[in-house]
Design a protein. Structure first.
Length: 301
């Protein structure tokens, strides 16, 4: 009998450069959290975050490989190209964060007091965590939109920047809840409103792109995204001026770190982190606005 449906399995899902990269991601991720769970160990919020990153990225990568190998992704109500591009960028950011945090808090040169075996397992886990980050960064590089190419929005520079913007906003929120004293002035509360509004809208843009529902909207999605990005630039510019003034000006705050401020529990440190990442996100939104003028939105790929 002649087959009328084509091959049931997509071998390119595991033999193409992107497929091989995903297999390496799966291997490195499994190795990393296995080493930590078996002997390396983890504790506190930092260790729990690292384990979550490695297990979460491993699970989603296995899901992506399985769906592409079996063609099951065609049955999902997702814009598959947008979904995989968005996840690759998110996994890159999460894995590089874990690759920095784990050795910083858990790896030491000497054996005392954890023992040489535990130390060696932690060093090995740190090495594979770094390789995992490289593997996810390689997928972003392989699947990114090439000049003149019509592709999924999340694979464009503008789409990838949306993921980075949301990730940076999460860092800002983490610093805000760490005794940043943002409620002291109405001006700093305005900055929190800016961070929250831009984060929510950015996540909505990503969600509509990943689900492929942009065509159902009654307004032009691509034009609205550009207008929103311009507005986000203006909002972040206001926060970039207001936050440092009300945190580091001698009239409202402290230009220098207080000498009696406890390490890790100092509002001034949190305020500095927020200020730095406010400027980082402002730069990201400016770059996003520049690139969004040159892309073509495609929601169904």
């Amino acid at each position: 009998m002649e087959s009328t449906g084509g091959p049931y399995l997509n071998t390119a899902a595991v033999t193409s450069p992107t497929g091989i990269t995903r297999l390496l991601q799966m291997t490195f991720g499994c190795t990393t959290f296995s080493l930590v769970a078996h002997q390396g160990g983890f504790s506190a919020a930092y260790g729990t975050f690292c384990m979550f990153v490695w297990t979460f990225c491993f699970a989603i990568t296995v899901f992506i490989i399985t769906c592409e190998f079996t063609h099951l992704h065609s049955c999902l109500s997702l814009s598959w190209g947008n979904f995989t591009a968005a996840f690759a960028m998110l996994a890159t950011l999460m894995s590089v964060t874990a690759a920095v945090i784990y050795p910083l808090y858990f790896v030491q040169v000497g054996c005392y007091p954890i023992g040489c075996e535990v130390r060696d397992f932690r060093i090995a886990a740190s090495v594979f965590a770094g390789l995992l980050f490289v593997a996810y960064a390689a997928e972003v590089f392989l699947t990114r939109a090439k000049p003149g190419q019509v592709t999924s929005y999340m694979a464009t520079i503008s789409g990838l920047l949306k993921i980075v913007q949301a990730f940076v906003a999460c860092i800002i929120f983490g610093a805000l809840v760490n005794d940043s004293q943002y409620g002291k002035y109405v001006a700093t509360q305005w900055c929190v409103a800016v961070y929250s509004f831009c984060f929510v809208v950015t996540v909505i843009v990503v969600a509509f792109s990943v689900t492929g529902k942009t065509a159902l909207l009654w307004f032009p999605f691509e034009r609205s995204v550009v207008i929103y990005t311009f507005g986000a630039v203006l909002l972040y510019m206001s926060a970039a001026v207001i936050w440092p003034v009300f945190c580091f000006d001698s009239k409202y705050g402290s230009p220098q770190r207080p000498s009696l401020c406890a390490k890790g529990k100092c509002p001034w440190d949190s305020q500095l982190v927020i200020a730095i990442f406010t400027y980082v996100n402002l730069l990201l939104y400016v770059l996003d606005l520049a690139y969004s003028q040159r892309i073509r939105f495609v929601s169904h790929l």
